[in-house]
Design a binder for this molecule. Sequence first.
Ligand code: HEC
Length: 125
Amino acid sequence: MAAAMPAEANPKKEAAMKNRTILAAFAALYLVSSAAFGLDDAAREALMKKSNCFKCHSVDKKKDGPAYKEVAAKLKGKADAEQTLYTHLTTHPKVKVDGKEEEHDSLKTKDDADIKAVIAWILSR
Ligand code: HEC
């Protein structure tokens, strides 16, 4: 008998199903938007902190490395700006820190969208 009961005879179950559908819709939306636009600000900053990026760089002051604003200004309007930074941040190029050569840190992620989100952020300083 229970199986033949129409859905509206069990309002609790129906509400639970609706909630689940709404949750699933939000989850899908979140996945789509994070793939399309990369990391949100907090996640991008956490990734950069974890990868030591602020040890040698700041947004507007020169440290061991150039300020992100300086990098953005240098690459502004260049068609290959994004590619330049992508190569820089994925291939461990040699850079001079305090007169000594060392390998530049790469971002601690394997996710291309995350790398591109950091690059877009740097280029828009
Ligand atoms: C140990 C110090 C150090 C760390 C850590 C470091 N960088 Fe750098 N970075 C440098 C130096 C030095 C340069 C300058 C290289 C040059 O001009 O030859 C540089 C250059 C850059 C540039 C400019 C590249 C270009 O082609 O003009 C960007 C962008 C950059 N770093 C981003 C980052 C990010 C993002 C991180 C974190 C993954 C990071 N850096 C971590 C020292 C560092």
